[in-house]
Design a protein around this ligand. Structure first.
Ligand code: SOE
Length: 384
């Protein structure tokens, strides 16, 4: 490796852990043109930040992201904080000439996302938004097969992201349930993945939507003093100010219709991001809960021999597999974060624009906003 790429990560919750694994694992799995150095971890609570830095292998800690962004010995700012701080940190980091990786969704509002995309467009540093599921090999393969015409013209898309971590009404308040912190609930947190995935694998954009948003449990217990990851301290209950469930329909730029579900109340579904693309010559289906498998239906096969084929996406010729194990030795959730680091580091070394860009993130933000406007207007069809 030629020279180091010094990284400072701002935040250290669940995504901080996942990004840390990516920064540690990618250089071991792939021959990167630059050597990421996990230089500084930034967090508000000194003790918890120090513990996270020691656990994940960050060299220094700080409680002042502005001071870290201003340092000359930092090249990349990795933002894994709640959405209400993405814009301020990203715009400052880009102005300071840093490369920026920002977690999804890009921001809490379209206005914030526009500011970030504008800053990125004129910045010296490169930028990427963290829709990591694009980087699951089976998803990249799905995109490639559709682009090759293997299922013909896309006629319909079904995308859903179903979790159940809020199905228990006693699950406590967290920042993800507060609009001023998170921007929206299921819609922006996990619906954003379904939107980005649909646009990525089809190569189309969602141009109009009709949706409904529902808050199923409106009051939740505060966590007392035992404030866990993102929990809220205090006695009594807090008010949920975001959606628990989002159902919406979208029309793609080809005119095809797509249906979406984003819910944290799908009892028994733990992390089921699913997408099925129906074409006039076949279909493709993928589920995050079985992430190494891609199911392909080839409608051009002779009658009587048709059926969904399970492609085990672990062959050396499959996307990203060059860095891992022999065929059949499965990848997991965390590998997408290593693939994200690989692609970002290679883009920085080659001075090419990483994808998904902040413009791609803004595109998703516009869809989220249109769903919210539609839901507020009796589910009227709404332009993105
Ligand atoms: C919580 O819903 C969450 O951690 C999301 O924030 C992530 O984006 C998703 O990948 C897993 O679930």
């Amino acid at each position: 490796m030629t020279n180091s790429l010094r990284v400072a990560m701002i935040g250290h919750g669940f995504m901080g852990a996942a990004h840390s694994v990516g920064w540690r694992q990618a250089p071991a799995a792939f021959d990167l043109p630059l050597a990421p150095a996990m230089a500084v971890l930034v967090g508000r609570d000194a003790d918890r930040t120090a513990a996270a830095a020691a656990h994940w292998g960050w060299s220094e800690t700080s409680d002042d992201w502005r001071a870290v962004v201003a340092r000359d010995d930092i090249d990349v700012i990795d933002i894994v904080t709640p959405g209400d701080s993405h814009a301020e940190i990203a715009v400052a980091a880009l102005a300071a000439g840093k490369h920026v990786l920002c977690e999804k969704p890009l921001a809490n509002t379209v206005a914030e996302a526009e500011r970030m995309a504008d800053a990125a467009a004129s910045a010296a540093g490169l930028s990427m938004v963290g829709f990591t599921y694009r980087r699951v090999p089976a998803v990249t393969l799905m995109r490639d097969l559709i682009a090759q015409g293997r299922i013909g013209a896309v006629r319909q898309v079904r995308a859903s992201y179903r979790q159940d971590w809020l199905a228990d009404p006693e699950s406590p308040m967290t920042w993800r349930l507060e609009k001023d912190r998170a921007g929206s609930g299921s819609l922006g947190d996990i619906g954003a993945h379904a939107i980005d995935l649909t646009q990525f694998v089809t190569g189309q954009t969602l141009d109009s939507v009709s949706g409904v948003l529902e808050t199923i449990v409106s009051e939740r217990p505060l966590m007392g003093e035992a404030v866990g990851l993102g929990g809220r301290a205090g006695a009594g209950t807090g008010t949920v100010t975001v959606d628990d469930l989002a159902l919406f329909t979208g029309r793609l730029s080809s005119g095809a219709l797509a249906s979406f579900e984003a819910t944290r109340f799908a009892t028994g579904r733990k992390n089921a991001l699913e997408i099925e693309i129906s074409g006039d010559r076949g279909a493709l289906h993928w589920n995050l809960e079985d992430l190494n498998s891609l199911h392909h239906y080839d409608a051009t096969r002779p009658a009587g021999t048709q059926g969904f084929t399970r492609i085990l996406v672990t062959e050396p010729e499959h996307p990203y597999l060059s860095g891992w194990w022999p065929t059949g030795h499965m990848l997991g959730y965390e590998h997408g974060f290593s693939h994200q680091v690989k692609d970002l580091v290679e883009a920085i070394a080659a001075r090419t624009a990483p994808a998904p860009s902040f413009e791609d993130g803004l595109r998703v933000q516009r869809v989220l906003d249109a769903v919210e406007r539609s839901a507020a207007d009796g589910s009227a069809w709404t332009e993105v």
